[in-house]
Design a protein around this ligand. Structure first.
Ligand SMILES: [Zn+2]
Length: 262
């Protein structure tokens, strides 16, 4: 019992770990929003002035994020030649998230993996600390699909793979971080798909062409980014694009015929 109490910080957050919070507590989130505006907008700011300044702040934030992406891509990160997974991570994550992931990697050596059950490609495992704190998590991984989850829920909570599957990846010689364990939000360049409008603006019948264009471009970019990662999904996407193109062509043709008959 004392052992469980000693690791209280580790199990308390489990109660709401099914929800992605970017690893922040709710007060942390509103504090960061406060900081964000306090730096820019005095409390006396009028509505018109707020809107124009808000836009300026957003541009500034976007530029900061782009700078972070740039630093992530170009800054040299020292990784040993034997650390294949970590090397893969340098190509995936922004600098900040890479360092957070590195902390998880540093913990891998503390654990051992025990196979509890084997069902085809699926392994039910226990990852436990071999000394010190009584820490143990149950984990499932499909070695063919490379999907899985860990009982500690770090991935669901902050969007980063925890040290437990990282330990498992090295056990089964998985040398790249599987896609199911990568959250696009934290990847280099994720920011290029950021959105400047709200979903609710898309509901009306008289959408501006520019809004339709930005929304469909964004959806397509996210989809294509995903589809381009593997040959099978790439081929499938191209096939569906051909179908979509001929559907739209037929649709345009029908409209032209109706126009002509009027
Ligand atoms: Zn875990």
């Amino acid at each position: 019992m004392q052992g469980i109490f000693n690791i209280i910080q580790r199990w308390i957050p489990l109660w709401n770990r099914e929800t992605f919070f970017a690893g922040m507590s709710s007060t942390g989130r509103s504090e960061s929003t406060n900081n964000f505006f306090n730096g820019w907008l005095p409390i006396t700011t009028g509505l018109y002035s707020f809107v124009t300044k808000y836009e300026a702040v957003l541009i500034e934030v976007c530029e900061q994020k782009n700078a972070e992406d740039f630093a992530s891509e170009h800054r040299y990160r020292q990784v040993g030649p034997h650390q294949a997974l970590l090397k893969d991570a340098t190509n995936i994550y922004t600098r900040t998230m890479f360092h957070k992931l590195q902390d998880q990697f540093d913990q891998v050596v503390r654990f051992v993996v025990i196979e509890r059950r084997v069902e085809g490609n699926v392994r039910q495992l226990t990852v436990k600390a071999h000394s010190g704190r009584a820490e143990s998590f149950e984990l499932q991984i499909d070695l063919e699909k490379l999907t899985g989850n860990c009982g500690c829920k770090l991935f669901e909570y902050v969007g980063l793979p925890c040290c437990h599957p990282l330990k498992v990846f090295s056990k089964y010689d998985i040398l790249k971080i599987p896609e199911a364990f990568i959250m696009i939000r934290w990847t280099i360049g994720a920011n290029k798909f950021s959105r400047s409008y709200d979903e609710s603006q898309l509901k009306g019948d008289n959408l501006r062409h520019a809004l339709r264009h930005s929304h469909i471009s964004l959806r397509a970019s996210i989809l294509f980014e995903r589809a381009s990662k593997m040959k099978e999904s790439f081929d499938f996407a191209v096939l569906k694009l051909d179908e979509l193109e001929s559907y739209l062509q037929n649709y345009d043709d029908t409209l032209t015929q109706i126009d002509a008959s009027q």
